[in-house]
Design a protein around this ligand. Structure first.
Ligand SMILES: O=P(O)(O)OC[C@H]1O[C@@H](O)[C@H](O)[C@@H](O)[C@@H]1O
Length: 365
């Protein structure tokens, strides 16, 4: 846990505990131990950046509708477990002595949580694991979530899971919003039996229900809210520094070696005959994979009305864009660890189309 003054543990609705993080410049975040769920992220003007429904039920076993639910070990109904897995309705603990992270996050205001399976959980998902979640407020009020999932099975068995940071962004008016970074990509449409399509046209805009899993997505995605003159930038990747995989691509006349992953797996798939791709890791028992998927969800009017914990018109003021690992589930052998990081920034500016670097966005304002 970083600086005591910046972190407050308090009781919230129904006796649930929540942690409030505050950084020196005034931005803040709130995290419920129930679900390990971020329910608030405010900028230094005190403006709320995440959506939480006015009808959200802060009472187990219901998951909290809004903020950033953690979907683990199953995304949606992609498996036999309950929808979105069980991590979002379990009680997480504060991890007072987490293994160090290879990032310079000790200077940030952060809290570490941990989830281990209960005996009951083992009956529905018979695997032993440690799920460590760091929630940090970075420079400029960026919100970072770092997940580390470790297989602690003692029976030698691997396990496989899917995952998502199910982030609900607060937007002024969904019809004024567009998403950049996903155009021309393939997606699975949950509204059409997960059939695969290719996105056409420019940036993505909204005029009806949407529930899509975009594949092979870039590490940066932007949500542009014209009315609020705000751009959210979602950055999703593994962790920098140690633990990064080194990829190598061997083709007929060269061996290309680089560190840190690749942004266009499509390119690598293009030429399966000629090119071989592989990776090896620095740090023997750690596995690091990237989030290849991004889910975009808005229930629109009909589904909104059907949800008891969601206001009829609230779909106008939210959009879920979810960094996720779905299409290629993650398999860990005992002792292996998967890490996935999501960093959110909110930039108070009009947005220069096509420039997904938050620094560049700042320069455009
Ligand atoms: O109501 P839930 O379980 O929180 O799920 C909300 C939505 O979450 C999205 O991630 C899914 O793609 C949708 O299919 C689902 O409806």
């Amino acid at each position: 846990m970083s600086s005591e003054r910046a972190i407050e543990l308090c009781k919230a609705a129904n006796g649930l505990e929540k942690v409030i993080l505050r950084d020196a410049r005034g931005s803040s975040a709130e995290v419920y131990l129930y679900g390990g769920q971020v329910t608030s992220w405010k900028n230094d003007h005190g403006e709320e950046l995440l959506f939480v429904s006015s009808k959200a039920i802060f009472k187990p076993p219901k998951a909290i509708r809004g903020g950033i639910p953690i979907c683990f070990p199953q995304f949606s109904n992609h498996g036999s477990l309950e929808q979105h897995g069980f991590a979002r309705n379990r009680f997480w603990s504060i991890d007072t002595d987490p293994p160090p992270l290879p990032t310079n996050s000790s200077s940030q205001v952060h809290i570490d949580l941990i989830l281990r399976p209960s005996e009951e959980d083992m009956k529905i998902w018979p695997h032993s694991y440690e799920f460590r979640l760091r929630i940090a407020l970075g420079p400029g009020g960026n919100l970072m979530l770092i997940s580390r999932v470790r297989n602690t099975n003692t029976d030698g068995k691997p396990f496989t899971f899917t995952f998502a940071y199910h982030t609900y962004f607060s937007v002024s008016d969904i019809s004024e919003v567009r998403v950049e970074g996903l155009e021309t990509l393939d997606y699975l449409d949950n509204l059409q039996n997960k059939e695969r399509f290719t996105e056409q046209g420019d940036a993505i805009t909204f005029e009806s229900e949407v529930d899509k899993i975009y594949l092979s997505t870039p590490t940066k995605i932007a949500i542009l809210d014209h009315e609020k003159k705000r751009t959210f930038v979602i950055r999703k990747d593994g962790l920098p520094d140690a633990g990064l995989p080194i990829y190598f691509l061997i083709n007929v006349d060269a061996i290309h070696i680089w560190r840190g992953g690749y942004e266009s797996p499509k390119f690598l798939k293009n030429d399966p005959g000629k090119n071989k791709i592989g990776n090896f890791l620095i740090g023997s028992s750690e596995t690091l994979l990237f989030f290849f998927c991004a889910v975009v969800w808005n229930p629109w009017d009909k589904k909104a009305k059907a949800m008891a914990d969601f206001g009829d018109d609230e779909y106008k003021h939210m959009l879920c864009v979810e960094a996720a690992a779905i299409e290629k589930p993650i398999t860990l052998k005992p002792g292996e660890e998967w890490r996935g990081r999501q960093e959110l920034s909110a930039v108070p500016s009009s947005y220069c189309s096509g420039q997904l670097d938050p620094q560049k966005v700042l320069q455009c304002s």
